[in-house]
Design a binder for this molecule. Structure first.
Ligand code: AMP
Ligand code: MG
Length: 336
């Protein structure tokens, strides 16, 4: 299949919308990461998204709308709390889960009686959904289990030749996926931390709970291992050196730092020299991708503070990690 790369201008967006209307698949930029979109009301179109991503069918997809009114076509009803959250956080990186209308194909929701919906805060995404004149179902535009793409080059790399078109919109500003909140339960539950910080959500929903542990059926996408680089990713542990472990040459390892340079590694990526967690979130996937391509024996990731977007960053790092590491003067101890 030939994948057309379209400019993010009027002409490109009209061409992309045309692909959606004809039940094809289009990758497009949102403020979080690139999405791989299809007509949300067409089971056949959505099946193509699953095929291109090699995504298991038990993983439901977020439906994207261009205006809060569009939720009427997807949810059976819109409770007052949903309205309040939509007014406060849309357009933006907040996805809300509520009971679905029959019209939404089961393949979109992996058979669940609910559907996840959000309105992205990106001019290209909004123009595309408007021009397609229908909600667009769109998971992240990566191969299943791989890093979510924050630039169209990463989409070309993972899905080129497997989808109909890509709208080349450059880098995505937030860089980390949306926060997913289920309003089916009372009090509401966070199924996945993401671009909308929990502190801000709690101002509107004081009783908000952290939800289903990773890997449970309530949020199938929250698999314990998910956003995985090919190179082993080890979470840095501080404190005394371990009694046993496998030593790796420090120069053969990469280091993903929060704010400070670390010397003695083969390659270092600093997420935010000024210690800004929003910036760290925006840079996370691209930095991991660069380290992953550097031919390293392992990547050591330094934990970031778990507040604001740091909660989402740590969630992604924990799920990408295959173990833990201690850093010695010349070596890295791989623990377990
Ligand atoms: P992605 O689109 O790749 O960022 O992943 C979407 C994620 O949102 C899924 O993997 C689930 O964790 C979550 N999600 C989507 N739809 C639902 C739903 N109906 N109920 C619960 N979680 C959902
Ligand atoms: Mg994804």
């Amino acid at each position: 299949m030939e994948t057309r790369v379209l400019a993010p201008d009027k002409e490109g967006i009209i061409a992309a919308a045309d692909v959606i209307r004809r039940r094809g698949t289009v990758a497009f930029p949102t403020e979080t990461v690139y999405g791989l979109g299809a007509d949300a009301f067409s089971a056949r179109a959505v099946a193509r998204v699953f095929a291109a991503k090699e995504r298991p069918r038990f993983d439901p997809i977020i439906v994207h709308v261009a205006s809060p009114e569009d939720v009427q076509t997807l949810w059976t009803s819109v409770p007052p709390l949903a309205r309040t959250l939509m007014e406060r956080f849309w357009p933006g990186p907040l996805t809300l889960v509520l009971p679905r209308r029959r019209r939404v194909p089961g393949i979109v929701t992996a058979g669940l009686p609910t559907v996840a919906v959000r309105m992205p805060d990106h001019p290209v995404a909004l123009a595309l959904i408007r021009a397609a004149e229908r909600p667009v179902a769109a998971p992240s535009a990566n191969r299943f289990g791989r890093l979510s793409p924050t630039h169209h080059d990463a989409v070309v790399d993972q899905l080129g030749g497997r989808i109909d078109a890509i709208v080349a919109g450059g880098a995505t500003p937030v860089g980390i996926e949306s926060t997913v909140v289920s309003l089916v339960e009372d009090p509401p539950v966070v199924l996945r931390p993401g671009g909308a910080p929990l502190e801000a959500l709690r101002e509107v929903v004081p009783g908000l709970r952290m939800g289903a542990p990773a890997g449970s059926a309530a949020s199938p996408g929250a698999l314990p291992r998910h956003y995985v680089p090919v190179t082993p990713l080890l979470l840095l542990e501080r404190g005394p050196a371990p009694d046993e472990g496998e030593p790796l040459d420090r120069l053969a390892c990469g280091f993903l730092a929060f704010r400070e340079e670390w010397s003695g590694f083969g390659r270092v990526e600093v997420l935010s020299p000024r210690g800004d967690l929003v910036e760290a979130g925006a840079r996370l996937f691209a930095a991991l991708d660069r380290l992953d391509r550097a031919g390293l024996a392992a990547i050591v990731a330094e934990p970031v503070p778990e507040e604001g977007l740091g909660v989402a960053v740590m969630d992604r790092l924990r799920r990408a990690a295959s173990g833990r590491a201690h850093v010695g003067p010349e070596e890295v101890w791989r623990v377990r």
